[in-house]
Design a protein around this ligand. Structure first.
Ligand code: FEO
Length: 392
């Protein structure tokens, strides 16, 4: 796809990755993604904002074919899906300077082996004139790495936000056309990579209040012509409190744990607690991450394997801990055949979670009447705790 005009002297460049289904060998991409770069041409200087993931570098280089000169390559974020083609762009424009935060400079040297003298580091709030167009660089740490910044184009009032406000979506529509679709994609993105940094993101949102932003151009997904749509959602997500929702990630080998999960889910529903079940053998981890944003309680369902939790249950528990879910109550249910350390192992994996642990229920083989009664009691306890804590 060729470059596309956004305003006079401002163009979208980059690549749409329709087929990609996994990011960082971890995050599912059901709708693909895009790596957006932008070209800004002043009367005196020309700048490229970010690049593309290296496997798609040829697309960007083709778009740069009729750009004879480049003064700056602004690197908002050192992760390689945006920075990975900087070396190639520098080969074409050896005089261009890589503009970034001091911390990003160190990371780009580490990650891409770029030469020290290629850089122009900028301080927070520093301006860079291009002639009729002026950048203001705003350091915005931890969206979602420590070195990140965003760029405000003063005259056009466009915020180039890189990962901040992004969403993984491949589409030929440059601008948001379906806010419902983007809300889901952006929430998934927030849940997967931004959620652990809520407090820093809140500070960055505060910082943006001082700027009259008419458009937000992120480096994944579509451009927002109605910036308040995504800014308001981010405000909601960073400050959201847990809901009257029990999330049950589970795995079952021969059906015993599944029987317990189904029984608990029915009992919770009867008591007015919403439930979301995730069979970890087949689930989309992004959907689980989104549910963890809202969960008041998480109950992990696992059989015992090699004297501990099933590895997939350990994976989900590790994920909840890494994402610093705001969950208030935790429990474990499952089946074993001859014993093990399932509860101790999983309980030791959640140091980041400030949750109360509710009595786990492990049964030998198939759940018996007393196990089902214990599950009813667990459901009643969860409903009561949610009500006492005002979870709605
Ligand atoms: Fe889109 Fe953190 O890279």
């Amino acid at each position: 796809m060729n470059r596309r005009k956004i305003q006079d002297g401002v163009y979208w460049m980059g690549a749409i990755d329709w087929e990609r289904r996994l990011f960082d060998s971890l995050v599912p991409l059901p709708d693909g993604t895009s790596y957006n770069a932008y070209l800004v041409q002043g009367t005196e200087k020309v700048a490229l904002l970010d690049t593309v993931d290296p496997p798609m570098a040829a697309t960007l280089m083709l778009q740069l074919k009729d750009v004879p000169h480049l003064d700056y390559i602004v690197s908002h974020h050192a992760e390689q899906d945006h920075s990975g083609s900087i070396g190639l762009v520098l080969e074409k424009y050896p005089g261009a300077k890589v503009v970034c935060t001091p911390r990003a400079k160190d990371m780009l040297i580490d990650l891409l082996a770029l030469p020290e003298d290629a850089f122009l580091t900028v301080s927070d709030g520093e301006q860079l004139p291009l002639g009729g167009k002026t950048f203001t660089f705003l350091h915005a740490p931890w969206v979602h790495w420590p070195e990140t910044m965003v760029t405000y184009l003063n005259e056009d009032r466009i915020l180039f936000s890189c990962d901040f406000f992004g969403s993984h979506i491949a589409t030929s529509d440059l601008y948001v056309t379906d806010e419902g679709r983007i809300e889901e994609a952006a929430k998934r993105y927030f849940a997967e990579i931004m959620a652990p940094f809520r407090s820093q993101i809140e500070k960055n949102l505060e910082k943006l209040k001082d700027y009259d932003i008419q458009m937000i151009a992120p480096s994944h997904g579509q451009i927002y012509e109605r910036p308040e749509f995504i800014v308001d959602l981010y405000r909601e997500w960073v400050s959201a409190t847990p809901q009257n929702l029990a999330v049950i990630p589970y795995v079952s080998m021969h059906g015993s744990t599944k029987r317990m999960v189904d029984h608990l889910a029915a009992a919770l529903t009867e008591k007015g607690v919403r439930v979301e079940l995730f069979d970890l053998a087949v689930t989309d981890i992004g959907k689980l991450a989104m549910a963890l944003l809202d969960a008041g309680t998480v109950v992990v369902g696992t059989p015992t394997v090699l004297v501990g939790p099933h590895p997939m249950a350990a994976y989900a528990t590790f994920l909840a801990n890494a994402l610093r879910a705001k969950v208030r109550f935790l429990s474990i249910i499952g089946s074993y055949s001859w014993g093990g350390k399932t509860v101790e192992t999983l309980a030791g994996m959640v140091p980041n979670l400030k949750a109360e642990i509710l009595e786990p229920i492990l049964c030998k083989g198939l759940p018996k009447d007393e196990d089902l009664k214990a599950l009813d009691q667990l459901a009643a306890t969860i409903a009561q705790k949610h009500a006492e804590n005002g979870l709605a």
